[in-house]
Each structure stands twice: as C-alpha cells, then as structure tokens.
Design a protein around this ligand. Structure first.
Ligand code: SF4
Ligand code: SF4
Length: 178
C-alpha cells in the first residue's frame, strides 16, 4: 500500500523529475540567449517536454543550447507541489489548474531556496537561541501539515520569507565567528 509522504521530511526535498510533472518546463517563461536556445512563454510547455512530462533532450541539454536547464535545481519544489498540494492533478487538462499549480510551484521554490539556506546554517557556530530560531524557522518553512495552495498564498502575504531573511541576518555574527 502506498504511504503518505511526510511533509516535514527534509531528505525528500530533492529534485525528482519522475515524482513531478515537468513543472519547471511549463510554469516559468525564459528568453533565448546563452542559457536557452529559444523563447518560451510562462505556462506554455517547452517544445522538448514529452507527453510523459520528462525532457526529451535531457542527456544533451548543453549541446542543444540549454545550459540553463542543465544547471537548474528546483530543490524539491516540483515533487512537493505534485505530491502534497496537487496530487493526482494534471496540468494539461485545464488552464485554471495549470495556473494554480504554477503559482504554488513559484511560491514553493522560494521556500525551498530558503530551506536550503537554513540547512546550511546548521554548520555555523550558532548560539543556543540562534539554533532554536533556526529550527523554529525550518518548522515554519516546512510545517507538519503540508502546505496547500491557500496556506502558501497566506504565508507569502504574511511575510514568511521576509521573516526568514531577518532570522538569517541575525546569524551574521555567527558567520564571522567561523
Ligand atoms: S520542477 Fe524539479 S522535479 Fe520537476 S521536472 Fe523540474 S527539476 Fe524535475
Ligand atoms: S529543454 Fe528540457 S529541461 Fe529545458 S525546459 Fe525544455 S523540456 Fe524542460
């Protein structure tokens, strides 16, 4: 029987394209240039994305003009959105679903970037109160009850990321003690 993934499992926060739905290949737009071989509009699937939502040129991204894709790491935002927030939803079915998934993915990416910084901060010589603040903020960034589209939007409006930046700034003295 399939088990429900633990929403607080930090080790599960890694890019896993098989557990995702090609979110980085449909949600954001990009411009032709050094990183991408052509322009793509936001919410339009890349022309190299297969119907299985996997990249058809994954092995040759750099050679085909997509070093930006080769370097990209969603840090687990895509699988989190598709496993916890929109399980069993298919973005190809309707525009409204696609827009909702893309918004959740954008917000979750920002949270995953922040989680990475708080995980790296574990290696700093933090005081006990700073370590408590680090763990508390990780709990806010990855709550026990999985994020939903609504709670992600509320967290963004409520300033979760600016709170997290403020806590990170308070670690500056520890960074200089290293
Ligand atoms: S969002 Fe992440 S997991 Fe999903 S396809 Fe892109 S890199 Fe893979
Ligand atoms: S080239 Fe591949 S990895 Fe890059 S956006 Fe297109 S489908 Fe995704």
């Amino acid at each position: 029987m399939a088990t429900t993934p633990d929403p607080q499992d930090l080790s599960a926060l890694v890019a896993d394209c098989a557990a995702c739905a090609g979110l980085c290949c449909v949600a954001p737009g990009f411009d032709a240039g050094d990183d991408f071989a052509f322009d793509k509009r936001a919410l339009a699937p890349c022309r190299h994305l297969g119907s299985d939502n996997l990249c058809r040129i994954h092995e040759t991204l750099e050679d085909q003009g997509f070093p930006g894709c080769a370097r990209f790491d969603c840090k687990g935002a895509g699988p989190y959105v598709m496993q916890h927030i929109f399980p069993r939803k298919r973005w190809r079915k309707d525009r409204e679903t696609l827009e909702a998934i893309a918004e959740a993915y954008r917000r979750m990416r920002a949270i995953c970037d922040m989680i990475e910084l708080f995980r790296v901060a574990e290696n700093l010589p933090l005081s006990p109160s700073q370590e408590t603040a680090r763990r508390d903020m990780l709990d806010r960034l990855l709550p026990q009850t999985a994020w939903t589209a609504d709670t992600l939007a509320q967290a963004e409006m409520g300033g979760l990321l600016s709170d997290a930046r403020a806590v990170l700034s308070s670690f500056r003295d520890a960074a200089t003690r290293r």
